[in-house]
Design a protein around this ligand. Structure first.
Ligand code: TYC
Length: 118
């Protein structure tokens, strides 16, 4: 048995398919469907100016990758033009993009960070 019934309980006193004495009762079931929240990829884009070490630092600090993984992702971006840093809920992805862009601008680098529906 699941913890939650798939349908809400029927209202008390009126079995399904019956009307009350004056014929006015309406018994309605609403099937509620909740979609899972959409996920978003955060990507870094390649450029010719941001130092490789800065990109590796970003991947470690903001996306919690270890040094090896961060280096592999950075090299993939360097060669392919873009690469995925991580997949998050919409709010978390948007916050990561803002934090990464702010850090890059503070350091004077043109690094671009974007999010896309996964
Ligand atoms: N192409 C940059 C360089 O050669 C390194 C780099 C990698 C920049 C990834 C941005 O998202 C990036 N210094």
């Amino acid at each position: 048995m699941p913890d939650f019934p798939s349908q809400p309980p029927m209202p008390p006193g009126l079995p399904p398919g019956r009307e009350d004495a004056d014929g006015t009762a309406t018994v309605e079931r609403l099937t509620q469907k909740t979609e899972p929240p959409r996920l978003y990829q955060v990507l870094l884009l390649n450029d010719d100016f941001t130092p490789m070490e800065f990109v590796v630092m970003v991947l470690q600090e903001y996306f919690r990758h270890d040094l090896d993984t961060a280096t592999q992702i950075m090299l993939k971006i360097h060669h392919d033009g873009r690469g995925v840093c991580g997949v998050f809920s919409k709010d978390v992805a948007a916050t990561k993009v803002e934090l990464v862009l702010a850090a890059a601008r503070r350091a004077g680098h043109p690094l671009q960070c974007i999010m896309e529906a996964a």
